[in-house]
Design a protein around this ligand. Structure first.
Ligand SMILES: Cc1cc2nc3c(=O)[nH]c(=O)nc-3n(C[C@H](O)[C@H](O)[C@H](O)COP(=O)(O)OP(=O)(O)OC[C@H]3O[C@@H](n4cnc5c(N)ncnc54)[C@H](O)[C@@H]3O)c2cc1C
Length: 552
């Protein structure tokens, strides 16, 4: 395999030579340093590198270049190599543009020119970026190929899992010539699909998520059996708790049943999270949060579902689905919520075969030039409509109410209004679905007249509210009637503390009815369902963990 590339691009030949010389001096033995004289040349070089199947680790682009400036170049380069780390070279006068680029192209760093001496100004930055890149799935896994059927739920599950864990892969249909070749080479048949083949040539037939996690270099087994803090759930609240816990010296492990990022990880664009004026995709936010948690020493376990919580003296025991356990002084529950299932005849059998819950980034390109149906009137449905409208012929947003004003943010309603191929259908619900092998028709019902009509539809994305899946906490913690975990002052009624509470103090603000166990984010009763509040509660839970530990 060829060495990964560091690409530098500057229209000034003297500067371009100097950057490349400094980079080669330090990294030339492990990386191939490529230079280009314009944005267009840089993109041509990147396309060739892509076709050769090579990797790009870092992109350094000068800001001021004629025709295509450095930010425009980095934006285009992201489409080819999304995991490459991005640096903008700027003059002091351009720092405002560089700061804007932090949001626009998810810039990792901006370097002020001149960068001499490189030992002080250039190498520390590039070292850190190369370390981050080297730890990413892009660097560890050479290209993973997934061979499957378009309308197969297990094939969809594999692709969705890899995409949510930010593992790059190539999707091949079983009748694609390369798909046929790979099946033959692996000695598999179409009945065995999906087939996953690693860059090293290892083939896995219909792998489990734990096998996929191992293949992608994700951690699945805890390094210890006792921690200061176990965080359950890897959404914004859990990642927030892991970052604060680990950075404040607690031995912290985060346990996630599927992929870090939670609901937020599925968002195509979060527009209202503080500090990202141009919005940030859930995948980018998750990638940054993961790296931050790992940097501080938190352990992140994937594909491990927690199914039991118990008290054992001062310790709290957490049981995994396979019966193994870990223990800790304290626990933060950040298990969020999951989509409610749409209960209309005929839909259940097509889940993953045309019927999808939540936004599935992997599916959007497959919807090209077709009609897409989305159910739901909240922000998550609106974001999905905007996202799918880039690919689909038309996006039909089905809502029960008369309009979106009561359920969606104004900025999103305005965005939908501006997009010609989005049609909002008020007073409309899905009454059923049918098809052969995958969804082919939907029956829609007008809630005012009761009239039904059948439309051809292969794609249905459902966003109809969510509920906490906390049955495993039954009898262990106080939950409200919908299953949300009750915390803090809400546990005290008429001055009475919850049953079994043995301490002489009231529960702390985010503490559950079991001392030392806290809840943060969407799973908490009366919580605000937002990314910012989930992150904030994760951080706050850690400060209460410290208070709890000090009093022990
Ligand atoms: C498509 C979409 C778009 C959104 N857009 C916005 C937006 O623009 N702005 C905004 O502020 N909010 C937005 N939201 C809401 C926001 O994403 C949520 O409020 C936020 O993600 C809640 O974070 P959380 O960590 O509490 O829970 P979640 O994000 O739900 O994460 C919980 C995690 O816990 C894991 N888990 C659950 N049970 C277990 C278990 N037993 N063992 C191990 N792991 C478990 C789950 O797999 C999941 O990864 C959006 C939501 C969606 C779905």
């Amino acid at each position: 395999m060829a060495n990964p590339v560091i690409l530098s691009i500057d229209d000034d030949p003297a500067v371009s030579r100097a950057v490349a010389r400094d980079l080669r001096r330090r990294y030339g033995d492990r990386y191939r340093v490529v230079r280009a004289a314009s944005g267009a040349d840089g993109l041509t070089a990147l396309r060739e590198i892509k076709l050769r199947g090579e990797q790009v680790a870092v992109l350094l682009a000068d800001y001021r270049m004629p025709e295509m400036n450095g930010i425009e170049f980095l934006e285009a380069a992201m489409d080819l190599f999304p995991a490459a780390r991005r640096v903008l070279l700027t003059a002091y006068a351009d720092t405002d543009a560089a700061i804007d680029a932090i949001n626009l192209v998810d810039l990792d760093h901006y370097l002020l020119k001149p960068w001499h001496p490189p030992e002080e100004k250039l190498y520390p930055v590039v070292d850190t970026l190369l370390q981050a890149w080297a730890a990413s799935p892009d660097a560890t896994a050479t290209e993973i190929r997934v061979v499957g059927h378009r309308w197969s739920a297990p094939s969809f599950t594999v692709r969705d899992f890899l995409a949510r864990n930010l593992v790059p892969f190539r999707w091949l249909l079983a009748d694609d010539p390369e798909g046929v070749r790979l099946l033959a080479a692996a000695g598999a048949t179409e009945a065995d699909l999906p087939l996953v083949v690693t860059g090293e040539g290892k083939a896995l037939v219909a792998p489990t998520e734990a096998e996929l996690a191992g293949l992608a270099g994700l951690t699945v087994v805890p390094a210890a059996d006792f921690y200061d803090l176990v965080v359950v759930g890897g959404g914004p609240a859990g990642l927030g708790a892991a970052v604060y816990g680990a950075s404040e010296g607690l031995r912290t492990v985060l346990v996630e049943r599927r992929a870090t990022g939670g609901q937020a990880g599925q968002s195509s664009r979060i527009e209202n999270y503080l500090g990202f004026p141009d919005g940030v995709s859930g995948a980018q936010l998750t990638d940054r949060a993961r790296r931050q948690a790992l940097k501080f020493g938190a352990e992140l376990l994937s594909t491990r579902e927690v199914v039991g919580l118990a008290e054992a003296g001062a310790a709290r025991l957490l049981r995994f689905g396979d019966g193994t356990e870990i223990a800790a002084h304290t626990v933060v529950l950040a298990t969020g919520v999951s989509y409610r299932v749409l209960d209309a005849p005929g839909l259940a059998e097509f889940t993953g075969q045309g019927v999808f819950y939540g936004s599935t980034a992997t599916e959007a390109p497959s919807c090209a030039a077709q009609d897409v149906y989305i159910v739901g009137g909240a922000n998550s449905a609106g974001q999905a409509a905007v996202h799918f409208a880039r690919y689909a012929a038309r996006v039909h947003l089905l809502i029960r109410g008369a309009d979106l004003t009561a359920s969606m943010s104004r900025y999103l309603i305005d965005q939908l209004d501006r997009i010609d191929n989005i049609v909002v259908h008020p007073h409309t619900v899905v009454a059923g679905g049918s098809g052969s092998g995958h969804l082919e028709q939907l029956t829609l019902c007008d809630t005012r007249s009761g009239e039904t009509r059948t439309v051809d539809a292969s794609w249905l994305f459902i966003f109809i509210g969510a509920e906490p899946r906390t049955e495993w906490l039954d009898g262990v913690l106080v939950r409200d009637r919908r299953g949300f975990v009750v915390t803090g002052p809400d546990l005290v009624t008429d001055g009475r503390r919850p049953a079994g509470w043995a301490l002489s103090r009231d529960p702390y603000h985010l503490e559950t009815s079991l001392p030392g166990v806290f809840a943060a984010g969407d799973v908490r009763a009366e919580s605000v369902k937002r990314v910012a509040s989930a992150v904030g509660e994760g951080a706050m839970a850690v400060s209460l963990v410290h208070r709890y530990l000090e009093a022990q």
